[in-house]
Design a protein around this ligand. Sequence first.
Ligand code: CO
Length: 208
Amino acid sequence: MDIKQIFRNNQDWITEKLKIDKDYFRNLSLGQNPEVLYIGCSDSRVTAEELMGAKPGEVFVHRNIGNMVANTDLSAMCIINYAVNHLKVKHIVVCGHYFCGGVKAAMQSADLGILNPWLRNIRDVYRLHRAELDAIATEEERYNRLVELNVQEQCVNVIKTSEVQKASKERNLVVHGWVFDVKSGRLTDLKIDFKHILEEIMEIYRII
Ligand code: CO
């Protein structure tokens, strides 16, 4: 991609927006009030706002390799804290995707340096669900299922945080698990049972 073209694209975008609403950017500068926190993969094909048809100001976004929510990740923990306690989002979405390089790498034996501890979180998901995954006949199906189970486990990690435990008690905050299919463009709701997971989680991870 031509870097100079990016700036020309930006100018075209400004012109386009101002044609429809001359106060568009002035209004954006007044503040943000997103109702959704989206936690997704950094993969360049999984364009958070575009795949949801979301406009600027509508979604608070956090992306990393493999859409992970690790409790030692200061960035992810700050994002959740800010989104829940300050922006008062109503929904937290963890969105994984099929053909995820992070999940694929976690299924293979390779020394990837600093990526090792990060991908180990995905290997832990495999270990938790080993019986189900090992029973799957083909590698492709096993890979797809690990993508889904990883989303589910990252939702569980979101629910473990004190911010989410508190907010789900005090107001209607819901955690969703989605998966995006790069091959079809389709977004699917995995329909994780938020209330049930929350109850189960509270037996061990109750903070509040
Ligand atoms: Co990915």
